[in-house]
Design a protein around this ligand. Structure first.
Ligand code: 0O2
Length: 226
């Protein structure tokens, strides 16, 4: 395991549990750390696949469809919260069986067309299995949020076994990402409640960002006919 990641998880454990609980739970924690390492491997697999597709498409179209890739492993406090909301115990098997977003990969694409091109190419690969797809671009959330969400399984090959790990992939354009990041920042100002006119304003911003995407995509189609 990457030493920095192990150190970070240890700190999260120390913050979440007392010393005796940590001692008692050592065997469980070892399973947990192992599971987190598997999720990190799955993230690496998906990231490599995306980089390969980006490389191939950039040769074909003379531009990069992927602008950037961000990855994250869900933190222990978030895992704990989510499991307790679901009424489930904090255990490696409960995590693996019930949570789909421990490993997260966010793919920021240049144009809406690229989002679908990359998603289709990834899903065609014979070691990737689609578990769930939510298309918030074709059907945005009521607040205006847009992104394509995929839950997939990807195999990781260990010394003595092959494991299928779940990864949540969020694909979105630069405009969608900019709206989502700013909305997230505003929403997490805990001491502030959004009123209806502010919600309407956020929705209007999302519509403007969708219009920007559509216009830029029309320009792309002129420059780069299919
Ligand atoms: P984080 O820190 O990004 O992981 P669930 O995943 O089960 O909790 P649901 O509704 O099935 O819930 O998942 P969904 O709708 O596929 O979306 C989950 C993730 O999408 C969120 O993760 C966000 O990253 C992103 N997302 C969804 N809706 C919004 C939104 O309105 N605004 C923004 N900015 N992001 C959104 P988490 O767990 O909230 O957080």
């Amino acid at each position: 395991m990457e030493p920095k990641a192990e150190e970070r998880i240890k700190k999260q454990l120390e913050a979440a549990f007392s010393e005796d609980v940590i001692e008692w739970g050592k065997p469980y924690m070892e399973r947990f750390m192992k599971l987190m390492a598997y999720y990190r491997c799955a993230i690496m697999e998906i990231e490599t696949k995306l980089n390969v597709l980006n490389e191939e498409f950039s040769l074909q179209y003379d531009r990069n469809p992927i602008s950037s890739i961000k990855t994250r492993l869900k933190s222990l406090p978030s895992i704990k919260d989510k499991l307790s909301k679901l009424g489930l115990p904090l255990s490696a098997s409960a995590i693996e069986e019930n949570l789909n977003d421990i490993a997260g990969v966010r793919v920021i694409c240049s144009f809406p067309e690229d989002v679908y091109r990359i998603a289709d190419a990834l899903l065609k690969q014979d070691d990737i299995t689609l578990v769930q797809k939510k298309d918030y671009i074709k059907s945005p959330k009521p607040n205006g949020y847009r992104s394509l969400h995929l839950i997939v399984t990807v195999p990781i090959f260990l010394a003595h076994e092959k494991r299928l790990m779940k990864v949540e992939i969020q694909l979105r354009t630069i405009a969608m990402d900019s709206w989502a990041s700013l909305e997230h920042q505003l929403r997490y100002k805990k001491d502030y409640e959004f009123d209806d006119s502010m919600k309407a304003e956020l929705l209007r911003c999302a519509e403007l960002s969708a219009e920007l995407d559509a216009r830029m995509d029309s320009l792309r189609a002129l420059v780069q006919p299919e």
